[in-house]
Write a protein that binds this ligand. Structure first.
Ligand code: AFP
Length: 313
């Protein structure tokens, strides 16, 4: 038997079996499995997409692709029928949707198809999910019990954490999520950086931080898709992703509820850190659905170093 929960030499471990072996609570197991299965339907829609714009704007003013809307509907329908979800908040909708009858346990946040503008160039994109046991208008530290994301790339992979480490699964040809990386742990210091925002818009502290990383020989890895960029840092076991506050938009670009909290949860469970440059992402109070905030997420050393540069020390 290896060090982790599973013995890879004897059998393949599917998602349900892994969650059961890891002691994830029954309803949460069922919910995570149901959400993971939506990845199959969303990926089928990506395959049959004609990449046409529908010509409407979401609350952030972004053009929505038909795929975003379809992915959102797939998720909402699945969750409404799950029997476990009271409320659904999606980046594609401007208010929280009550999908349950009243006594369901969980509150879900979703970015149904992050990076959908990359579909035409055939880069990887993803679905990001936060699972909360309390109202989402709290701190992630208080309300979150699990997080997951699905990557649609050459392979479909899914990483989940229910507070017992972060684990990666690959969707196999039989349509089963099979364990591929158990209890992923980031090194304290990595060697890649992923830098959002235009250099000319960076603040002085951030620019000096990047110059430090340059001098240390970090390799640039940035696709413009949050899911594959974070996935790379996790699977390569370290490094840093930043989307900083910019001179004209101090809150940066990424959304606290839909993008940052779930990735922060998974990253912390992998031994990393996620901050806005000062505070942990999971300690930030959520005030509104479209709240944005700067982010420094990845290995401990690089995130701590960012704090030093941003505070001017
Ligand atoms: P969309 O969801 O509008 O495609 O934005 C993708 C994204 O939110 C995130 O996936 C990336 O990390 C980030 O934007 C990239 O932003 P830049 O295009 O400014 O680099």
């Amino acid at each position: 038997m290896g060090e982790g929960i599973a013995d890879y030499t004897k059998f393949t471990v599917d998602l349900r079996r892994h969650m059961w072996m890891a002691g994830v609570e029954k309803d949460l197991r069922r919910l995570i499995w149901q959400i993971a299965t939506t990845g199959k339907y969303i990926s089928a829609k990506i395959h049959e997409s004609n990449r046409k714009m529908v010509g409407v704007k979401n609350i952030y003013g972004d053009d929505q692709l038909a795929l975003d809307k379809i992915s959102d509907q797939i998720l909402q329908n699945k969750l409404a029928n799950s029997g476990f979800v009271l409320e659904y908040a999606s980046e594609e909708q401007d208010s929280v949707i009550k999908v349950g009858k009243g006594d369901e346990k969980y509150f879900i946040t979703a970015d149904p198809l992050d990076g959908s503008s990359l579909v035409d160039t055939n880069l990887a994109i993803g679905t990001i999910i936060g699972i909360h046991r309390e109202s989402i208008f709290s701190t992630g530290r208080h309300s979150m019990v699990a997080a997951m994301y699905i990557t649609y790339g050459p392979l479909i992979t899914m990483i989940y954490s229910a507070g017992k480490g972060s684990h990666e699964f690959v969707l196999d040809r039989e349509g089963e999520y099979v364990l591929s990386e158990e209890d992923i742990k980031l090194k304290d210091k990595g060697s890649i950086y992923s830098l959002g925002g235009l250099r000319r818009d960076w603040t002085e502290g951030h620019l000096k931080y990047v110059q430090y990383l340059d001098a240390e020989g970090y390799k640039l890895r940035y696709s413009g898709g949050f899911v594959p960029d974070i996935n790379q840092i996790l699977l390569k076991r370290g490094g840093i992703f930043t989307y900083p506050g910019l001179k004209d938009s101090p809150k940066g670009k990424l959304r606290l509820l839909f993008e940052l909290q779930p990735m922060a949860f998974i990253c912390e469970q992998a031994g990393g850190l996620a901050t806005d440059g000062v505070h942990d992402i999971l300690s930030l109070q959520v005030e509104k659905l479209d709240q944005r905030c700067p982010v420094y997420i990845g290995s401990r050393f690089e995130v701590e170093k960012a704090k030093e540069y941003l505070s001017g020390n």
